[in-house]
Design a binder for this molecule. Sequence first.
Ligand code: ATP
Ligand code: MG
Length: 452
Amino acid sequence: MSAARPSERGEVLPPVRSADSSARIYPRSAHNISRAQISDNALKVLYRLRKAGFQAYLVGGCVRDLLLGREPKDFDVVTDAHPEQVRGVFRNCRLIGRRFRLAHVHFGQEIIEVATFRALNHEEGEGERVLERDGRILRDNVYGSIEEDAWRRDFTVNALYYDINDFSVVDYVGGMQDHQASVLRLIGDPDRRYREDPVRMLRAVRFAVKLGFTIHPSCAEPIPKLAYLLNSIPPARLYEEVVKLLMSGYAAQTFEQLRHYRLFGALFPETEACLAREPEGFPLTFLAKALERTDDRIQEDKSVAPFFLFAALLWEPVRTQAQERIRSGDNDVFAYQEVAAEVISRQVRYIAIPRTIGQPMREIWALQPRFERIKGVRPYRLLGHPRFRAAYDFLVLRAETGEADPDLADWWTRFQRADDAEQKAMTREGGGRRRSGRARRRRKGGASAGSA
Ligand code: ATP
Ligand code: MG
C-alpha cells in the first residue's frame, strides 16, 4: 500500500500504486472526512472492534456521502471478524440474515450494521456454503479479504473504506478519482456486472441523480439494451427499489432518467405504452407534477404515501381502460373497480404491490368518478369516506394538469369549506357549480374520469 500525496493546495494528487497491493491510501490530510461527522455509535463500534484485535472500516454509501459533505443515511461497518466474533464483542448485538449473515449492533433507535469482508467468487475465500437438497443456497457466507470485498461492490465510489486506525481512505478500485470527477462507474465489465445483478441499472440512475454524478459512458451505453433483464428480478425486490427511487427527493428527475434509459418501461409497461402514445400530452404532465409534488413534500419534511405515487403511476392505464368500458355501456364506478383490479394484477408480475398499498390505490381510483356526483346526499357521503382526502388531492392534481374539470375540483374545494346552508345550496339540483365554456368543451372531449 502506498500513500497519495496531497499537494500544497490540498487537492489529491494521483497516488502511487505499490507492488504488494493495488490499494491507494489517501491519508487524513488528503480528504475531508472528519470524525465529527461520523455517528458516535459508529465510532464506538469501529473502536471496539479494533480494540478486540480486528480490522474495522466504514464503507459504502456513508464514505461516499461524507466525502461529498453530505449527511449519510446510515453507517455501515466492515471487519475481518466473523459474525459470531462480532457478537462476542458487543452485548447489544443481533445476527440477522440466513444467506448473508450480518451483525446488527443496537443503540436505541440507531442500528450499526457490521458485515464481514466477503469475496465475489465462491471459489475464493474461506467460509461455509450450505446448500438445500434442491440446490438452492441456504447459507452463503464466503468470507474474503478487504480487497475481495472491494471488488464485489457495485460502483467505484461505493467501494471506498475509511480506516479508523489512521483516518485514511483506502481505495482499491479508483473510486477516489471517480468521486472527484463526479463519475459513477461500475467496477469491472459493465455488461457482466449488470447481467450479474440487473438492479444495478436502477442503482446507477438513483445514485447519478441523487449525487449529481454522470454515469460513465461505458456503463450508460449498455443499459437500454439490458433493461429487459429487470423482468427476472423478484417483484418484491423491485418494489423496494422503486420506493427508494421515488422517495429519494429526486423523483421527477429520476423518472426522466428512467425513461431515458428505457428502464421505466421494464418497470411499468402499461404506463409506458400510454406515455409513448401521447409523448407530450397530459399523462406525462400529470406524472411529472405528481412526482414534483412528492419531491417538494420530502424537501419540506412532510410525509409521502407510496400508495398515492403508485396510484398516480398507474392512473393512465386505469383511466383509459375504464373509459373504454364506460363507452361500451358499463357503469362508471363499476368500470373503475374492475379495471383497477386488472391493472394491478398485471402490474404485480413486475413490481409487487403490498396489500397495504393496493387497497388505498384502488380506493383513490374508484372515488374519482364519484366526484362527478354533486347533487343530493352523495357529496356528503363521499366527504365522509376515509380515503376522501387522498382522492380529493388526486382530483386536484388531475384538474391542474387539464385532465379533469377544474371547475369540479373547485366545487369540491368550496364544498369542504362551506357551512351547512352553503353546502345545502351547493348540492341542490343544478346548484352551485360554475362551469366555463372551456371546461364544458373539455368535458365533451371525454377528459374527466366519469364523463363518457
Ligand atoms: P444509500 O445511501 O442509498 O443507502 P448505499 O451505497 O449505502 O446508498 P446500500 O444499498 O445501502 O447503498 O448498499 C451499501 C453498499 O453495499 C453499497 O455502497 C455497495 O458497496 C454495496 N452494494 C449494495 N448493493 C449492491 C449490489 N447490487 N451489487 C454490488 N454491491 C452492492
Ligand atoms: Mg446504505
